[in-house]
Design a binder for this molecule. Structure first.
Ligand code: FDA
Length: 283
């Protein structure tokens, strides 16, 4: 059964790029840059993976053509990671060639823990070839992150730090929110110290406040890091941070395969569920 798009409208900018453009333009007009994410994951066949790469390439060209202030985020499982390592890598390089030609940026989202090592491997090889055109995401809740952050900071990678959105067991990931916040702070400090522009992805008031205070206390220029939030969540906060001179960026998902992303947002916060039900009854 296909659920009606109206359910996801709060978190997803449209089912097509054209539907998403007015929302991107509006955010750009408020000086907020975007990361576009074509929704989908776990492609199992080459025909679909090839089509996805072609769509990503069209997306990069369309962003350039429309002069939007937008990077893109991709998932390696959408371009063949479940099929074959080298095939996926070649698909990524096809995309990065276009990003390099147009001076654009592609970030590799982080998926569940089965993919952490392989995603880091693909990223580090791509980083050697495409440098500033490619970035990665690291999840603060994973026990292994301490080592990963250190390695990525040492090579000067462009890292988005998030808490982690997938259900993981206690052997693999921290479970307690206070512990996750402490880990997030520790990794944020390392990234600020060692990388050019760490991207702090969180809606958590405690972490947002902590970051602002930490920067102030340590005399860190606010231009040295970026806040990232998801489309449909805390836009007022993003506008306020932008007006205070912080770098900000909103992650804008679009596409027909919105259900898994939508489900993760609902599971994260019960207020999101109430919001969906309330919008269902609004014209
Ligand atoms: P969390 O949901 O833990 O909430 C903590 C507290 O923050 C709440 O109790 C509340 O006080 C406050 N809060 C949260 N949402 C609020 C709201 N809407 N309004 C007001 N207060 C609110 N994950 C992943 O595994 N791989 C990835 O590649 C990415 N990529 C990514 C990009 C970007 C830009 C973002 C923002 C997030 C991701 N994530 C992700 C998701 C991330 O791992 C995490 O699941 C969510 O951001 C939820 O964690 P938070 O820290 O945002 O707040």
């Amino acid at each position: 059964m296909k659920l009606p798009f109206i359910l996801a409208k709060r978190f997803v900018a449209g089912e097509t790029f054209d539907e998403a453009v007015p929302k991107i333009t509006e955010l750009n007009s408020k000086n907020i840059p975007i990361t576009l994410d074509l929704l989908g994951e776990n492609v199992k066949d080459r025909v679909t993976a090839d089509k996805t790469v072609a769509t990503y390439i069209e997306l990069l060209e369309a962003i350039k053509e429309a002069k939007l202030d937008s990077t893109i985020s991709i998932k390696l499982t959408m371009i063949g990671l479940d099929i074959d390592y080298e095939y996926c890598q070649n698909n990524l390089y096809r995309l990065l060639e276009v990003a390099k030609k147009n001076d654009q940026f592609v970030r590799i989202d982080m998926e569940g823990s089965d993919y952490t090592q392989v995603t880091i491997d693909v990223f580090t090889e791509a980083f050697k070839l495409y440098g500033k055109h490619v970035g990665i995401v690291i999840q603060a809740y994973l026990h292994r992150t301490k080592d990963d952050i250190s390695m990525l900071a040492n090579i000067g990678a462009d890292v988005r730090l998030c808490k982690g959105a997938y259900k993981e067991s206690k052997d693999i990931a921290l479970q307690d929110m206070d512990d996750i916040r402490e880990a997030y702070k520790e990794y944020a400090k390392v990234l600020i110290e060692k990388t050019k522009m760490p991207r702090m992805a969180t809606h958590d008031e405690i972490l947002v406040d902590w970051l602002m205070k930490y920067a102030n206390q340590e005399n860190i220029e606010i231009s040295r890091f970026e806040f990232q939030m998801l489309y449909g969540l805390r836009q007022d906060t993003m506008e306020e941070l932008t007006s205070k001179g912080y770098n900000t960026r909103i992650y804008v998902p679009f596409g027909t395969m919105w259900f898994p992303y939508f489900k993760r947002r609902l599971m994260e916060r019960k207020e999101n569920i109430w919001f969906i039900f309330s919008t269902m009854f609004k014209k």
